[in-house]
Design a protein around this ligand. Structure first.
Ligand SMILES: Nc1ncnc2c1ncn2[C@@H]1O[C@H](COP(=O)(O)OP(=O)(O)OP(=O)(O)O)[C@@H](O)[C@H]1O
Ligand SMILES: [Mg+2]
Length: 296
């Protein structure tokens, strides 16, 4: 087992409300060549967890505690310049909506070439060749390098984002709901592309989703988040086949099966009321944090 990235006891809160924990005591592991999926409903803290790895938390937020260890090194100890290097080169990130991440007035070839010239110092023909190679690798004909983002389909734009994120051959890729804006067929193609690239490049992947179908397809390890906390995590087969936490069970009960035979249940939160009536077993992590624990 190769520990590529470890998040240890991460807690995040707004600057002016340190008691309002948006992420609370989150610890997880990403291994080289494996996919850790973070799953949970909207607002459960998935994106904040990912952004804190990249050092991209909004200035209105603060990291109250916790460490992020990447390739044996604490990211908290790095200077802004060192963090920029890690961000551009060693950890790639793909966001949910490619149109907001791509610049509409620059060609896709130019945008893919940027990390290559900034971080790898490529120029001229070598740069153009590398852009063509990356486009081909993500399934876009190399001659489309002169296209602008609005000339591409949603799936192609997401492929461009993937090309940019893998340009410097990162050791790790973070993908924050990379397929939510796409139809199911294109979603399957993009997930397959990400999975293939992961194997080819032996990348560790942190994939954020709220879709258990995606988890079943690509995850090695699953982390289930609810209201800023991890309620359950483990190997994909264990979590999907023998979920322990009522929230995981309730999430799984909402997922249709391929044959459409399963009787779907609406999301059940009754366990939460039950849990709230019991004393909290979790420790406070912020010095002044008033945290109500999320329990099974
Ligand atoms: N800059 C901010 N200031 C205050 N609260 C914030 C800020 N950014 C996020 N939050 C809050 O933090 C919580 C977690 O947000 P986050 O974006 O991590 O959720 P998520 O699990 O990624 O949800 P989704 O599936 O909708 O993307 C939410 O309640 C959100 O409103
Ligand atoms: Mg999010």
């Amino acid at each position: 087992m190769s520990k590529l990235l470890q998040i240890q006891h991460l807690s995040i809160a707004p600057q002016h409300q340190p008691a309002r924990l948006l992420v609370h005591d989150v610890s997880l592991l990403v291994e080289a060549g494996k996919t850790t999926c973070v799953v949970g409903e909207s607002g459960s803290g998935k994106s904040l967890t990912a952004l804190s790895i990249m050092g991209l938390l909004s200035p209105q937020l603060q990291r109250l505690q916790g460490d992020i260890i990447f390739q044996g090194q604490s990211l908290a100890a790095l200077s802004a310049e060192e963090m920029r290097q890690i961000r551009g080169c060693q950890i790639g990130m793909i966001f949910q909506e490619p149109m907001t991440s791509l610049n509409p007035v620059l060609t896709i070839g130019f945008q893919i070439s940027e990390p290559l010239s900034v971080h790898l110092g490529l120029k001229g023909q070598a740069l153009q060749d590398k852009v063509a190679e990356l486009l081909t690798q993500v399934g876009i004909p190399a001659e489309r390098a002169n296209a602008y983002p609005d000339e591409l389909s949603g799936g192609q734009r997401q492929r461009v984002m993937i090309a940019m994120s893998i340009a410097c051959r990162p050791a790790m890729l973070i993908a924050d709901e990379p397929t939510t804006a796409l139809d199911v067929t294109v979603q399957a193609q993009i997930l397959k592309l990400l999975d293939d690239l992961k194997h080819q490049m032996n990348m560790g992947m942190l994939l954020i989703t709220h879709d258990f179908g995606v988890v079943a397809d690509v995850a090695d390890h699953v982390v289930v988040m609810f209201q800023g906390q991890i309620v359950e995590q483990g190997p994909v087969n264990t979590v999907l086949n023998r979920p322990k936490h009522p929230y995981t069970k309730a999430l799984l009960a909402c997922v249709p099966d391929a044959e459409g035979k399963k009787q779907l249940k609406p999301m059940d939160y009754s366990w939460l009321q039950e849990a709230a009536s019991k004393p909290t077993p979790r420790k406070k992590t912020a010095s002044n944090g008033k945290v109500s624990g999320v329990r099974a």
